[in-house]
Design a protein around this ligand. Structure first.
Ligand code: ATP
Ligand code: MG
Length: 163
């Protein structure tokens, strides 16, 4: 008899991730797209030496998805701000845009499969982000105001328990 053992693939294993370096890489990637031509200014405020417990490539995917949403929310330009800081036992990535914002009903539907207000949106971007962050025992908070903008805060547990 042959027994197959299913193993969680290594590529989504948990590793020590430098939050600031990861954030900078994600922002550089977004800057290299057409972002600046759309009259969008990007800013980063990164506190050094914050190490978190997660998977580097999945976290990068989360940041890129949320940065991309921020850019898409600013049709006529604005400011995209990425902040990395510590809060409680978490490393926090804060992504703020000055875009269209969301009404409370829209906020309630965030992260639901296939919820999209975009012509070509799949509406799975955020759902995947929520799943990835949940698997890392993190959480995502959203604060938004119609016509003012949106702030996503992504909390990922710190690598070092004794912060
Ligand atoms: N920063 C934001 N500002 C305003 N609305 C947002 C923002 N982020 C997400 N949304 C709203 O949430 C919806 C779902 O976002 P999600 O990333 O899951 O899908 P999408 O962006 O529409 O499609 P895709 O990510 O596949 O391109 C968006 O269509 C938009 O209406
Ligand atoms: Mg999206």
């Amino acid at each position: 008899m042959i027994t197959y053992h299913w193993r969680k693939p290594d590529f989504d294993s948990v590793e020590k991730v430098n939050a600031g370096e990861l954030a900078q890489k994600a922002m550089d990637l977004m800057n290299s797209f057409a972002m600046l031509s759309k009259n969008i200014e990007s800013r980063t405020f990164i506190k050094d030496n914050i190490c978190i417990k997660g998977n580097q490539s999945e976290l990068k995917q989360v940041l890129i998805n949320i940065l991309k949403n921020g850019i898409e929310a600013m049709k006529s330009g604005g400011t995209l701000t990425l902040t990395v800081r510590k809060s409680g036992g978490y490393g926090v990535f804060e992504i703020q845009d000055t875009g269209v914002g969301m009404a409370p009903e829209e906020l309630d539907r965030l992260g639901t499969a296939f919820y999209s207000l975009k012509e070509k949106g799949t509406g799975i971007g955020l759902m995947v982000c929520y799943q990835i962050v949940e698997r890392m025992n993190g959480k995502i908070d959203v604060v938004s105001k119609k016509e003012k903008g949106t702030t996503f805060s992504i909390f990922i547990p710190l690598w070092d328990e004794d912060y």
